[in-house]
Ligand binder design. Structure first.
Ligand SMILES: [Fe+2]
Length: 459
């Protein structure tokens, strides 16, 4: 009898606190930790005179009818034209001219970096585009998203902390082997040039060539990470994000932002807010003011899925980078809960982790309520800093696994978010060692605005 009573009490405590939900720490162990950089000659410049290289595209306007086409010409400024046309109508060719940038960093001078914004594209349409001239013409393609709407399906890839190692190559190839991904949500830390003497800027060039096989064909939605700062006063480099800001252009002004480091876009069924973990975000700063106004603009009837991207995670149970996102959590988490953010995507920690829906907004320093609680208005926090960069894996998880951690694993991989409609999205995480068809972690996400059901109840 006493045993039964005790069991009942335990069950009641578990139900009311959620503390007995067992998260999973994967027992999977990677066979090796090879994450050295690929040699520079793995990414030769394309053939031809002054051939355009490092081609990458990103959404170029608020709602998906624009595209920013970026590329580098190594020797001469021109040609600075992109020609583009609908795949089913090659007779009607349009042109756009780029703005041309270059920068110096320590002993390095960049090539000519082109950014051309093309506008008034048709939704849900395949386009071809062409760069270069003479013996160096190169042709690429992309598809525009559907017009933003509540029930348009759309699939995002999720990657972070990629670098340019053999493991990075495996991650990118793995993602590309699945035809489902239509755009990439990239959560920061691109080239890892800063791991080399004097922030060897040629690493930015090899990285641009490495990722071109995807970035020239799908828009990557960019977030800046700490390895993108390139702040090095010891070698006379005082401008934070100097290489990143020259190489990556985003449509920040269209969302009322004053910096390319934080901005928002609407793409299909998703409203995507990009934040900068390494820019000022405390109260009264431009980023804070912008974000406060930003949430009020989101119309869940038009874009039901509200996704926030940061580099440093707000919740993570790895001992690497312990609590580095805590100051942002204190400031922004009340808004994430108030406005029912569906997902917060981050990188930085070189491992994979998925949280439960939890919040910690009651805590005010003096009341002692410093433990996160289950909260169905809160986002799920995904850490996907597992792209495979030169620094290796973060394999020092806290023990025991905290209740708010649903799944964690120190392996390289990528995520895939398949938004089906306004209520359901299917999420999978794929480790590099498996075939793409093998799913190491998966769950259904239920939209917090339209269908705020507890996802864990269905397991
Ligand atoms: Fe990082």
């Amino acid at each position: 009898m006493a045993l039964k009573v005790g069991l009942c009490i335990l069950i009641i405590v578990c139900i009311t606190t959620g503390f007995c939900d067992a998260g999973k720490t994967s027992s999977y162990t990677r066979s090796s930790d090879t994450s050295s950089d690929m040699p520079a000659d793995a990414f030769p410049s394309p053939k031809g005179s002054n051939a355009p290289e490092q081609v990458h595209i990103t959404q170029g306007d608020r709602g998906g009818r624009g595209m920013i086409i970026s590329w580098v010409t190594p020797n001469q400024r021109h040609p600075n034209v992109v020609r583009y046309w609908k795949a089913n109508d090659p007779s009607d060719v349009y042109k756009a001219h780029s703005q041309i940038f270059s920068y110096r960093y320590y002993d390095y001078t960049s090539g000519y970096i082109h950014h051309a914004t093309i506008k008034k594209l048709e939704y849900d349409t395949n386009y071809l585009y062409e760069l270069g001239s003479g013996d160096a013409v190169r042709q690429f393609s992309f598809s525009t998203p559907p017009r933003p709407g509540p029930d348009v399906p759309y699939t995002f890839g999720i990657m972070g902390d990629l670098g340019q190692t053999y493991a990075s190559n495996s991650t990118l190839g793995h993602y590309m082997s699945n035809p489902k991904g239509e755009a990439v949500l990239f959560v920061g830390d691109l080239s890892y040039a800063d791991n080399f003497p004097n922030h060897d800027q040629r690493k930015w060039d090899t990285w641009g060539r490495f990722v071109e096989k995807s970035t020239a064909y799908q828009p990557w939605i960019w977030t800046a990470g700490n390895h993108d700062l390139d702040f090095a006063p010891e070698i006379g480099e005082y401008m934070p994000f100097k290489p990143y800001l020259h190489r990556i252009h985003v449509p920040y002004r269209q969302s009322g932002s004053t910096s390319p480091l934080w901005y928002s876009i609407k793409r299909g069924p998703a409203y995507i807010i990009v934040l900068s973990s390494f820019s000022a975000f405390t109260k009264y700063t431009p980023q804070n003011d912008w974000l406060e106004a930003e949430f009020k603009k989101v119309d869940r009837h038009e874009t039901p899925w509200l996704i926030v991207m940061t580099h440093a995670p707000l919740y993570n149970s790895d001992n690497y980078h312990y609590m580095e996102g805590e100051s942002m959590r204190v400031l922004f988490e009340p808004w994430f809960v108030k406005y029912k953010v569906d997902l917060v995507l981050s990188g930085h920690v070189h491992a994979y982790e998925r949280s439960e829906r939890i919040s910690n907004i009651r805590y005010n320093i003096t009341n002692g309520l410093c433990t996160p609680i289950k909260d169905q208005s809160a986002p799920v926090y995904l850490t996907v800093g597992d792209g495979g960069n030169i620094e290796g894996l973060a394999n020092d998880f806290s023990d025991p696994q905290p209740f708010y951690s649903a799944y964690r694993e120190a392996s390289f991989g990528h995520g895939l978010l398949e938004i089906n409609n306004r209520t359901h999205a299917y999420y999978t995480w794929h480790r590099n060692q498996d075939d793409e068809a093998v799913v190491a972690d998966s769950t259904w996400f239920y939209n917090r605005f339209w269908y705020p059901k507890d996802e864990t109840a269905s397991f």
